[in-house]
Write a protein that binds this ligand. Sequence first.
Ligand SMILES: [Zn+2]
Length: 238
Amino acid sequence: MKYEEMNPREIDDVLKTRPLAYLVWGAHEWHGVHNPVGLDTLKAYHMTLDLCRATGGVVLPPVYCGFQTMKPWMGFHHTLEFSKELVTQYVFEHLENLYDEGFKAIVIVMGHYGARHVEAVNAGVARFTERHRYPKVLAIRDFDPAGWVNVKGGDHGGKNETSLMMHYREDLVDLSRLPPGELVHGRDGISPNAKESSTEHGAMLARVFVEQAAPKIRELLETALKEWPTEKADGRGF
Ligand SMILES: [Zn+2]
């Protein structure tokens, strides 16, 4: 399931049976004094591994490459900021490679989701889909599937993200580091409800993510397999 740990024969088996690839996109970014800086990526990676267990396919190593992070926006350090063009091109080249390797459905799961970062990722998808009708590509933020059933997810180091981090890696979260009293977004650099975080809430968000996303992803792959052209249009690509 983890692409980087698979040998060629194992990858060929997946390409024959479930040619589905997941690409997790995150960042290194300040998420409060209580959280690891890789939270966006770690959280989305674990969520996607759970999803892949339900759908089959492979999960690529997560990409830490964020645009519009807390550093230029609000001056928080412990953050790595990359350019919009790099994010777009890096997404595009990943898709080109996965297409070339024979995947027929590709799902990008964004763990970092500032609006302009999402635009950068979507521009990379558009650059790819302008050239190729196939494979099927879907880009989602990790809280989108829960939103399909009105479960609100997604914040910045607040109750939702911190709870997911606690669910997957409790050892990396220390709520006792948070300052006493009310939290303030501009000072603490997080959503102010972080103290309400719990492993139970994280487990719920993780469960709803897989419950909602898995049927859609299976459908995406089935559609791709059904519609996949039998002849290449131009000798190079579909
Ligand atoms: Zn985040």
